[in-house]
Design a binder for this molecule. Structure first.
Ligand code: FES
Length: 159
């Protein structure tokens, strides 16, 4: 899934419905855990809404988060297809490997672990997305390797 695909889908779904900007923003946040700036820009274009209006909405409602809650945002899909393929156990394994609970960020601000609703690639269930990179058909045995890969990535990110 392209990085801003969820924003493209939300724009297509909501653009003809009045007063639906908040619903579209909700959809992005439910999938990503926050509303990245590039998604807001895609939504603005797709819905024909000025970016300034989207910014107003995002800052007015403190429910919306504009910043990534960690350098690496680990989003484990708990939509129906992924749930049926055992993603609840995958979350448990990420909790163990990262040493944090679902919904939390580690003390260094490096990792945030969250469950999200369907990210739109159910054929690859069970799915986890980290900073836009999709991992499909993952097993419990894969989790440690994925975490190690991202520990390396996070170490290479600039402050
Ligand atoms: S339910 Fe997980 S990608 Fe659709």
């Amino acid at each position: 899934m392209a990085d801003t695909e969820v924003a493209v889908q939300a724009a297509n779904k909501w653009k003809r419905k009045r007063g639906s900007l908040i619903m579209a923003l909700h959809e992005i946040q439910e999938v990503k855990g926050y509303v990245p700036w590039e998604d807001a820009a895609v939504l603005a274009e797709g819905m024909g809404v000025p970016l300034a209006r989207i910014y107003e909405v995002l800052t007015f409602y403190n429910f919306f988060k504009l910043e990534a809650p960690g350098k690496a945002v680990v989003s484990v899909c708990t939509g129906t297809a992924c749930y049926l393929k055992g993603n609840d156990k995958i979350i448990g394994e990420f909790e163990k490997e990262l040493g944090i609970k679902e919904g939390d960020t580690d003390a260094e601000g490096n990792f945030h672990l969250q469950s999200v609703r369907c990210v739109g690639c159910c054929g690859l269930a069970p799915v986890t997305v980290i900073n836009g990179k999709t991992y499909g058909r993952i097993t419990i045995a894969d989790v440690k390797g994925i975490v190690d890969e991202w520990k390396q990535n996070v170490a290479e990110m600039k402050e």
